[in-house]
Design a protein around this ligand. Structure first.
Ligand SMILES: Cc1cc2nc3c(=O)[nH]c(=O)nc-3n(C[C@H](O)[C@H](O)[C@H](O)COP(=O)(O)OP(=O)(O)OC[C@H]3O[C@@H](n4cnc5c(N)ncnc54)[C@H](O)[C@@H]3O)c2cc1C
Ligand code: SF4
Ligand code: SF4
Length: 371
C-alpha cells in the first residue's frame, strides 16, 4: 500500500469530505484531534510518510494486500468476506444483565476475553452526553457500561492509540467496518518499523450499513426531544425503516428518510457491511432484535467463541439459511452501491499518474461486484 504524510491525508481524505472521524490518526502525535465527531489537524506537519496516512481507512486501501496478509489469499469480493462459521448468538448466564443493543454478544465476548487474559484492555465506545467517546476498559465489570450502539461515526480508535501509548500489548477492539479496516492497516506495519509488534489480540467488528454525523444528528434531534433525556437509539433491521429514540418515558419513531441526509459522505463509498477484517463480526439478527448474527472469521476468533460458549458466556444456535441469504444480499448490495459511487467519483483504482485512490480492488473483482 502506498503511504504518504499528513498533508496528503488532508488532501485525499479531508478535502474530499471522506473523513469518517474513526480516530485512527488521533493520539499518534499532538497534531490530529477529534472534537464532537470531527477530526482536524491543529498544526502543520511536513512528514512525507506518517502513521496517520498509514492508518486511515479512507486513503489508498488495497484490499488484495489486506486479504493476503490476514487470510493468505487475494480479495475476491464475496459479500460477507472470508469466514469459518456463522451462528445466531446471545449472551449466556455467565454474563451479568446489561442494557445491550441486541443479544449482548459483543459485551459477553469482551468480558470473557478480559477475564481469561486473552486481552489486557478493551477499546470500546462510551458516550459523553450523547456524543460517542472512546474508552479503554480493563475491568470486566466496566464493559456493559459501554453497551448499546451509538449510531454515529465515533473516534473509537483514539482509544486504541492511547492504549498502545500506555503500554498495553494485548488490546481488544470493538469497531465498525471502517474502524476495523483502520485496525487492519495499523496491524500491517505499513511503515516497516523494525521494532513493530502487533498490539491487537482481538478484533470484534460490528455490522454497519451507515452511521450518522454526530453534530448533524444532535442538531436534528434537539428539535424533537431534550437530548439529555435520550437513553437509547435503534435502527431495527428492514422492513422497519425507522430510527427509534427511547427516553425514560417515550419512544419516538423517525422515518429513516428523514435522517438519511445526515449520513456522512464517507459511508457512501464504504464497501464493507460486516467488518471483513475482524476476528469475529456481530450484527442484529433480522426479525429477532434480542439476538445477534455472529460470524467467525479467524482461528483465534473461533477459539474464543468456543471457549465462551463452554463457559456459559455465549449461547449459540444454528443460523437459518434464509437469514444468511438476506444478509449476503444486503452486503452485496452495499458493495455494489459503494463501488459504483467510488467509480463515479474517481476514487476507485485511479491510475498511477492520476489522483490517489480511496480503494484499490482488482478490476476483475470490481466487475464481479458491480456486474
Ligand atoms: C454505527 C453503527 C451502525 C450499525 N449498523 C448495523 C446494521 O446495519 N446492521 C446490523 O445488523 N447491525 C448494525 N450495527 C450493530 C448493532 O447495532 C449492534 O452493535 C451489534 O448487533 C452488537 O449487538 P450487541 O447486543 O452484541 O452489542 P452490545 O453488547 O450492546 O455492545 C455494543 C458494542 O458496540 C460498541 N459501539 C457502540 N457504538 C459504537 C460506535 N459508534 N462505533 C464503534 N463501536 C461502537 C460498544 O463499544 C459496545 O462494545 C451497527 C452499529 C453501529 C455502531
Ligand atoms: S484516520 Fe479516521 S479520523 Fe483520521 S483522517 Fe482518516 S478517517 Fe479521518
Ligand atoms: S458505513 Fe462504512 S464508513 Fe460509514 S460508519 Fe459504517 S463502516 Fe464506517
Amino acid at each position: 500500500m502506498q503511504i504518504f504524510g499528513p498533508n496528503e491525508l488532508l488532501e485525499d481524505v479531508h478535502k474530499r469530505d471522506l473523513c469518517i472521524g474513526c480516530g485512527a490518526c488521533v493520539n499518534l502525535c499532538p497534531y490530529f484531534k477529534n472534537y464532537r465527531g470531527k477530526t482536524a489537524m491543529l498544526f502543520p506537519c511536513t512528514l512525507s510518510e506518517g502513521r496517520c496516512y498509514a492508518s486511515c481507512p479512507k486513503a489508498e486501501l488495497d484490499m488484495d494486500e489486506l486479504s493476503s496478509l490476514f487470510f493468505k489469499k487475494p480479495y475476491d469480493g464475496s459479500p460477507l468476506g472470508n469466514y469459518r462459521d456463522v451462528f445466531v448468538a446471545h449472551a449466556g448466564k455467565g454474563m451479568t444483565d446489561g442494557a445491550f443493543q441486541a443479544g449482548g454478544t459483543v459485551s459477553a465476548l469482551m468480558v470473557f476475553a478480559l477475564k481469561t487474559d486473552m486481552i489486557d484492555a478493551a477499546v470500546l465506545t462510551d458516550h459523553k452526553g450523547m456524543v460517542p467517546a472512546p474508552r479503554l476498559v480493563t475491568h470486566p465489570e466496566e464493559v456493559a457500561k459501554c453497551a448499546t450502539s451509538k449510531y454515529m461515526a465515533a473516534p473509537t480508535l483514539a482509544g486504541l492509540n492511547q492504549g498502545v501509548q500506555e503500554g498495553y500489548q494485548h488490546l481488544g477492539v470493538v469497531g465498525t467496518p471502517c474502524q476495523v479496516m483502520a485496525v487492519a492497516k495499523m496491524r500491517s506495519n505499513l511503515l516497516k518499523k523494525e521494532a513493530f509488534v502487533d498490539p491487537v489480540a482481538l478484533v470484534v467488528g460490528l455490522f454497519c450499513t451507515w452511521a450518522l454525523d454526530t453534530r448533524e444528528l444532535l442538531a436534528f434531534l434537539s428539535k424533537k426531544v431534550e437530548i439529555s433525556r435520550i437513553r437509547k437509539t435503534d435502527i431495527p433491521p428492514p422492513p422497519a425503516e425507522v430510527f427509534i429514540v427511547e427516553t425514560g418515558d417515550e419512544v419516538i419513531e423517525i422515518p429513516l428518510e428523514a435522517i438519511r441526509p445526515l449520513v456522512p459522505n464517507a459511508c457512501h463509498v464504504c464497501p464493507d457491511m460486516t467488518s471483513e477484517w475482524a476476528d469475529i463480526s456481530v450484527g442484529v439478527l433480522e426479525g429477532a432484535p434480542d439476538r445477534n448474527t455472529l460470524i467467525v472469521r479467524t482461528e483465534r476468533g473461533e477459539r474464543l467463541v468456543q471457549e465462551a460458549e463452554e463457559a456459559g458466556y455465549l449461547i449459540l444456535d444454528k443460523m437459518p439459511d434464509e437469514n444468511l441469504e438476506h444478509l449476503s444480499l444486503a452486503a452485496a448490495n452495499k458493495k455494489r452501491r459503494s463501488l459504483n459511487r467510488a467509480r463515479e467519483e474517481g476514487l476507485l483504482n485511479s491510475p498511477a499518474d492520476g489522483p490517489r485512490a480511496v480503494l484499490r480492488i482488482a478490476e476483475e473483482v470490481v466487475q464481479g461486484i458491480i456486474g
